[in-house]
Write a new protein. Structure first.
Length: 414
């Protein structure tokens, strides 16, 4: 007969781990103690149950490739995995050329040590180089890359040329009814909005693919995103017959993508490869646009510069990285990204809120008795089944440069 006088109860809890990078004037602060940190979730203090310091102490990569990703490094290649994403999808050709030149200069000066993998984003995501710590090998690869025109990126100059054409139609004496001009403008704007939708969808999908591909790699991963960026939202266009038809807001899907990356300990370091951009007219400015819409044109250009940088800032903040923009020293920005991401603190706590209801929980980390700038992921989705599922249906493979397929598993997929 079983003993009915006693009963056994089991309980389980989930540990939330937050990687925190502390810097002072861009230099890592590596002497902080557990008692210096206070963690809050949705405004409530949490009890820290684990604390690890990674002060340049690099972690060993897996001994053999993951069956799901093919990503691996030899055991002697230690350290956080640095993922360089060369983004041709959101970057004009001229800026791709400059980014490649500065990356080559950075690699020539890079000592052996940091583990770096290279992805390229065009119409799809490609793995160009599995993790390696050989800068010579990376230099050879980058030197062979050619700039590629994005099929879904409408440049600022192209937008201005379209506007110039519409203004020319108005003044050409062709007796076109105003409704025809309105229809042309509406069609061009809606076509551009559809291209932007596709571009942003492909980009966020690529982030999710990278997160799934490196999930089995131990410890923190630094995603160094070399890009022209994309904006969170597009406002209504009051020049159109239907101003709201081109309005878009991508904040929610960007936040969910950031949470997915964070759940795999991926911090994003966006670098705006456009450098320091002028706002004024140039010799390439179409005549009608320059004369008829000077004030509006300047505002459009400011939006084209600032909005993508705002997205970069927020994506870095959400995942615990740092954004670099309005600067022409891209090599220095890459180096700082790798250095900052190599020294960090891993802080673990068991949430006081026991309900795993799928809602977003905000995380805040503060310092006691010390001053430093802190970078860390700003929250997570409390899902019972682990990391967030993909936001858009991802393709089932990442392509390599040799056009062979690399299988990738995704959270929530069988």
């Amino acid at each position: 007969m079983p003993d009915r006088s006693s009963a056994t109860f089991t309980a389980s809890s989930r540990l939330v781990v937050i990687d925190v990078v502390a810097t002072d004037k861009n230099s890592a602060v590596i002497d902080l103690q557990r008692d210096n940190f206070v963690v809050y979730e949705d405004g409530k203090p949490q009890q820290v149950v684990s604390f690890d310091v990674h002060a340049g102490v690099l972690q060993t990569a897996p001994d053999r490739p993951s069956a799901a990703t093919g990503l691996s490094a030899s055991p002697q290649n230690q350290g956080p995995l640095n993922i360089v994403l060369l983004d041709a999808l959101n970057t004009e050709v001229e800026y791709q050329v400059g980014a490649r030149r500065q990356m080559l200069q950075f690699l020539r000066e890079l000592p052996t040590g940091p583990t770096i993998a290279v992805f390229a984003l065009g119409s799809s995501l490609r793995l160009l180089q599995p993790p390696t710590s050989d800068p010579t090998h990376l230099s050879t690869l980058v030197a062979k890359l050619l700039p590629a025109r994005s099929p879904v990126l409408t440049t600022q100059q192209e937008k201005e040329e379209e506007e110039n054409w519409i203004l020319e139609l108005k003044d050409a004496g062709m007796a076109l009814p105003p409704q025809v001009i309105e229809n042309i403008r509406q069609f061009l704007a809606e076509t551009q909005a559809a291209r932007d939708d596709r571009r942003i969808r492909i980009t966020l999908d690529a982030f999710q693919q990278i997160g799934g591909a490196v999930a089995s790699y131990p410890g923190r991963k630094n995603l160094i995103w070399l890009s022209g960026g994309f904006p969170f939202s597009f406002g209504p266009n009051d020049q159109l017959r239907d101003p709201m038809s081109v309005q878009r807001n991508y904040f929610d899907v960007v936040q969910r993508t950031a949470a997915l990356l964070s759940s795999h300990q991926v911090a994003v370091y966006p670098i705006d490869v456009r450098g320091l951009l002028p706002i004024t007219n140039s010799a390439s400015t179409p005549a009608y646009v320059a004369s008829a819409r000077t004030e509006g044109l300047m505002n459009d250009r400011r939006i084209a510069v600032v909005d993508p940088q705002t997205t970069m800032q927020e994506l870095a903040k959400m995942t615990g990285g740092t954004a670099f923009y309005n600067r022409n020293d891209l090599g220095v920005a890459i180096r700082q990204s790798i250095e900052q991401g190599s020294s960090y603190y891993s802080i673990g706590y068991v949430p006081q809120n026991p309900r795993w209801d799928g809602k977003f929980r905000r995380v805040e980390v503060k310092l006691l008795h010390r001053k430093a700038s802190l970078s860390y992921r700003r929250g997570y989705y409390a899902r019972r089944d682990g990391p967030e599922a993909a936001i858009v249906p991802p393709p089932k493979k990442i392509e390599t440069q040799q056009a062979t397929s690399l299988q990738v598993r995704y959270p929530g997929s069988s």
